[in-house]
Write a protein that binds this ligand. Structure first.
Ligand code: FES
Length: 266
C-alpha cells in the first residue's frame, strides 16, 4: 500500500455524467489487480481536508506505456459525478494531482481450472469487471459480461470492451437488449460459466444467490461488496460485513467475498 499524488493524464466522458480518468502514479499501479481499490482524497492537497473523508474507487483499467527507463503501468478510474469528490475529479485537468492510497483490499481470484468466466454488473459497478475482462481475455479465457441499466442511455459502450468479450445487455424499459433485470441474464448464462464475478447493489446479489441455489450445482460466484468506507485500511471498523464465517471488514478482508458466504440463506 502506498500513498501518492497521482497525476491526471486525460479524462473522457463515456456516457452522460460518467467519466474515465487516466492517472500516472506507478506506486499505485505497479502491483494492483482487478477488484482492488484506491482511496481518493481530494481534500488532502489543499490542506483544508474538505471533503474530510476519502472515497473508494475500484481500478477500472490498466495500460503499459513506454517510459524513459522502460515500461510503466498507468491506471484509470471510472466514476459517475454524484457528489463533491467526483465533481472534483471530473474538474481536474491534465497535469493536476490527486492524492490517493492504494492498492487496497483483496481483488478477484480466478480458479486455475476455470475456462469460462461470467461477469455481472451495472452502472459504474462495471469498473472492476472491465479490469478483470482485460486481464482474463489476455490469458485466453472465455469471458461474457451481463450488464444491466434502466435504459439505453446508461448502457456501458460495447466498443470499450475487448472484442473477445460476449456482451449481453438488459434494460428495465426495454430500450436496449433484454427487457428486464440483469439477474435474469445471469440466470440464463449461469450454466455456461465455470466461475462468476459480480459488482452491484445488494438486491442484485440477493437475486443472484437465489439463482445459484436454484441451479443446484452451486457454481462459485465472487462479489465485490460496496460499503461506506471511512479509512479503507482496517482502522475505523465502519465497513463490517456479516458472513457465514463471522464479521469481516469490507476494506481489509474484502471487498471480494463469496456470494453464498454473505447471501447464502434462503
Ligand atoms: S473502512 Fe475503516 S475499517 Fe474498513
Amino acid at each position: 500500500m502506498q500513498r501518492a499524488a497521482a497525476q491526471v493524464l486525460e479524462t473522457t466522458e463515456i456516457t452522460p455524467g460518467v467519466f474515465v480518468t487516466w492517472y500516472d502514479a506507478p506506486e499505485l499501479a505497479a502491483n494492483a489487480a482487478p477488484g482492488q481499490f484506491v482511496m481518493v482524497d481530494p481534500g488532502w492537497e489543499s490542506g483544508a481536508f474538505d471533503p474530510l473523508l476519502p472515497r473508494a474507487f475500484s481500478y477500472y483499467r490498466f495500460r503499459n506505456v513506454e517510459g524513459g527507463g522502460g515500461g510503466e503501468r498507468q491506471f484509470a478510474l471510472l466514476y459517475a459525478v454524484v457528489g463533491r469528490v467526483t465533481e472534483a475529479m471530473a474538474a481536474q485537468r491534465p497535469g493536476d494531482a490527486l492524492w490517493m492510497t492504494g492498492p487496497l483490499g483483496r481483488g478477484f481470484e480466478v480458479q486455475r481450472h476455470a475456462r469460462s468466466l461470467l461477469l455481472v454488473g451495472g452502472g459504474v459497478g462495471v469498473a472492476p469487471l472491465v479490469a478483470l475482462a482485460d486481464q482474463q481475455v489476455r490469458r485466453g479465457r472465455a469471458v461474457a459480461l451481463c450488464f444491466g441499466a434502466r435504459s439505453a442511455g446508461g448502457v456501458f459502450p460495447a466498443d470499450l470492451l475487448p472484442p473477445e468479450v460476449e456482451y449481453y445487455v438488459s434494460t428495465e424499459d426495454g430500450s436496449q437488449g433484454h427487457q428486464g433485470l440483469v439477474t435474469e441474464l445471469f440466470a440464463q448464462h449461469l450454466s455456461w460459466a465455470d466461475q462468476s464475478f459480480a459488482c452491484g447493489p445488494v438486491p442484485m446479489f440477493r437475486s443472484m444467490a437465489s439463482a445459484v441455489r436454484a441451479d443446484g450445482l452451486r457454481r462459485p460466484v465472487q462479489i465485490l461488496m460496496e460499503t461506506e468506507m471511512a479509512c479503507g485500511v482496517g482502522i475505523c471498523y465502519g465497513c463490517a460485513v456479516f458472513t457465514k464465517r463471522g464479521v469481516k471488514l469490507c476494506c481489509k478482508d474484502g471487498p471480494r467475498f463469496d456470494l453464498l458466504d454473505v447471501y447464502g440463506r434462503a
